[in-house]
Write a protein that binds this ligand. Structure first.
Ligand code: URA
Length: 216
């Protein structure tokens, strides 16, 4: 056909579209992207003003096929420097909490509501959480976890669209698009209030029971 001077149309693949969108400085929808495409999309994201102050995006770490998805708030200073979630003291406590339920950082997947650090560790703004939401939704679709553990108020309120305090959301099962979700205290809060660790332990036990009820 080419020899006859007829244009041959070939389907564009997602990589081409991603490259073109990056060149044009626009943002593609994250729906339908695979892991490398999604990672690339997040690394180049300019959807909100946090892209101007970040050092690194913090995509998330762990097992792409995990049973457990842990969702925190947003990167802090150390996470922004290293590009990895929960690497400070709160991260060490999170690792210990995971160990207590027979899980490790390598077995689970850990992500945040925001992929970029808010300056001075302020709370995420609603428009920032909304801009980042699609990335997290695609991560949830790709991981297909048996259980989601929302750690802290910001994660729980954003995921469940609620303004209840953690104390009222924890201790019972929730549902996020068919996936059981348990709310517990943020490890940074537990470092300040160790007396709440017993409640967090009972939340982890609840989450373990719910995960075990989900068919493999
Ligand atoms: N706190 C969070 O919620 N997430 C991190 O990645 C680090 C600290």
């Amino acid at each position: 056909m080419q020899a006859m001077g007829i244009d041959v149309w070939v389907p564009r693949d997602a990589d081409d579209e991603l490259e073109e969108a990056e060149d044009a400085g626009t943002q593609l929808p994250a729906a339908g992207l695979d892991w490398p495409e999604l990672r690339d999309c997040v690394a180049n994201c300019t959807r909100c003003e946090l892209s101007t102050s970040r050092t690194n995006t913090v995509f998330g770490v762990g097992n792409a096929d995990a049973d457990w998805l842990i969702i925190g708030e947003a990167p802090g200073a150390e996470e922004d420097r290293r590009g990895e979630p929960f690497v400070g003291r709160a991260g060490q406590l999170l690792d210990q909490m995971l160990l207590a339920i027979g899980q490790s950082r390598e077995q689970v997947f850990i992500a945040n509501i925001l992929k970029c650090r808010p300056p001075n560790n302020r709370d995420p703004k609603p428009d920032e959480a909304a801009a980042c939401r699609e990335y997290l939704e695609r991560q949830i679709e790709l991981v297909r976890p048996k259980i989601i553990l929302a750690v802290g108020r910001i994660a729980a309120q954003n995921l469940l669209g609620s303004d209840e305090p953690v104390g009222r959301m924890r201790g019972r099962p929730h549902d996020l698009g068919g996936i059981p979700l348990v709310v517990t205290y943020h490890p940074a809060y537990l470092l300040r209030s160790p007396s709440q660790k017993a409640k967090s332990w009972s939340d982890l036990c609840l989450a373990s029971r719910l995960a075990a009820e989900v068919a493999a």
